[in-house]
Design a protein around this ligand. Structure first.
Ligand code: PMP
Length: 434
């Protein structure tokens, strides 16, 4: 039998750090990353044959749990008809229409392969459409790894405490203005100074790459108004939240909240759930802006595998299966797990907050709910590795960083939930002792 350690050692000889995406290396929690061979429903199994209840779920896509029968069937059927044509297929239109139905702000949509491509293209499009160069983003928000978006980004950069990336030119970095999240004064000030040069503001629909940090009520509406008053666009990044926190994503949830003023983003990006676990993402928005893309308009974007038929089949099957009962199950699972984890930490006297954005949630080891990246970083993060490893030892796989959200699936049945609830008190004890 291959051990996780052997698999990791072998990988490190061939792949930088042994991983194809940095957070997988367990850098901030220590220990040996698990190498997985299969996953079904709520469970994922490593090379040693150990199964874990999975609360990562591929960082979001697997809302139905792993290898959902209707998704697998759709993928197998599509694969049998050919893996890639590099030409148009009816399925692409079907998926585009499903997105349009669920997200009213989206009038037209283009399919790409990764969330990084979706945000990168949205920004190029915003620049092309407005004829301006500057971009505003928020500290702790992650929008993928394109050059202009790595400044003070969340996700792996938060985990590794990297302020940005080497290899990004100073000229590119200078075109991204980074503001503290939820800070209206900072937004007003940046527009007062650079308003006629700002092409767009990009914001996570609800931030979830520095742990979960929700927009304060009305913040995104304020951003929209401010951007529009200066002729700039608003790009809402729903790569993580889209089709996960509800059928209409975070935009859909906010639209149902009476105390939140309505707003219409100009462009919206999607990934993860929209591809059902296959490499597929999308950007969409106002038709007049989207029509600025080639072949109609002057902004170029393309992809050999864009709208790949197998990925499209997975996306359609996932969105079709994600009905109201699935979102009810996700909400219930999120409430059960986050309440139980919080109760276990409280019982051990561990100071913490619970942050929730619909069924996405995370914890911070501090006394007050964080509203921005500076506050998120100001916590007893040293408690997380012990908590994480106690859960892993008890057969529950959590995100290997305190700066990431936990992802539930609708496949969490009573047995899986029981394992999580049993594991939490020991993990809380470990966190308290850290
Ligand atoms: N935007 C957000 C909000 C994300 O969470 C992510 C990935 N976690 C991305 C963009 C980038 O997506 P991808 O990893 O598919 O490039």
């Amino acid at each position: 039998m291959t051990t996780n350690q052997q698999a990791f050692d072998r990988a490190r000889a061939a792949i930088p750090g042994g991983v194809n995406s940095p957070v997988r290396a367990f850098g901030s929690v220590g220990g040996t990353p698990r190498f997985f061979v299969e996953a079904t429903g709520a469970y994922i199994t490593d090379v040693e044959g150990r199964s874990y209840v999975d609360l990562v779920n591929s960082w979001g896509p697997a809302i139905l749990g792993h290898a959902h029968p209707s998704v697998i069937k759709a993928v197998q059927d599509a694969a049998a008809r050919g893996l890639s044509f590099g030409a148009s297929t009816p399925g692409e239109t079907e998926l585009a229409e499903l997105i349009l139905e669920r997200v009213p702000a989206v009038e037209k949509v283009r399919l790409v392969s990764t969330g990084t491509e979706a945000t990168m293209t949205a920004i190029r499009l915003a620049r092309g459409f407005t004829g301006r160069d500057l971009l505003v983003k928020f500290a702790g928000h992650y929008h993928g790894h394109s050059d202009g978006l790595l400044a003070e980004a969340g996700s792996g950069l938060a985990t590794m405490a990297m302020p940005g990336s080497a290899g990004v030119t100073a000229a590119t970095a200078a075109q991204t203005l980074v503001l503290p999240y939820n800070d209206r004064d900072a937004v007003t000030a940046v527009f007062a100074e650079h308003g006629d040069r700002i092409a767009a503001v990009i914001t996570e629909a609800a931030a979830a790459n520095m742990g979960v940090v929700t927009p304060l009520p009305g913040f995104t509406a304020f951003l929209t108004e401010t951007a529009h008053a200066h002729g700039a666009l608003l790009i809402v990044d729903e790569v993580l939240t889209g089709f996960r926190v509800g059928a209409g994503g975070w935009l859909g949830l906010e639209a149902q909240t009476p105390e939140t003023p309505g707003y219409a983003p100009d462009l919206v990006t999607f990934g993860k759930v929209v591809g059902g676990g296959m490499p597929l993402a999308a950007l969409g928005g106002r038709a007049d802006i989207m029509d600025y893309l080639a072949p109609l308009g002057p902004v170029y974007q393309a992809g050999t595998l864009s709208g790949n038929p197998v990925a499209v089949a997975a996306g359609i099957a996932t969105l079709r299966a994600a009905d109201a009962s699935v979102y009810r199950a996700l909400d219930l699972a999120a409430a059960t797990v986050s309440d139980a984890a919080s109760a276990a930490l409280t019982a051990e006297g561990v100071e913490h907050t619970v942050q929730r954005a619909g069924n996405l949630f995370s914890f911070a080891f501090r006394s007050a709910v964080p509203e921005d990246y500076a506050q998120v970083k100001d916590q007893d993060a040293f408690r997380y590795p012990a908590f994480f490893h106690a859960m892993l030892d008890a057969g529950v796989s959590l995100p290997p960083s305190v700066f990431e959200a936990w992802f539930v699936s609708s496949a969490l049945d009573d047995t899986a939930m029981g394992r999580i609830l049993e594991a939490l008190p020991g993990a809380a004890r470990a966190a308290a002792a850290a």
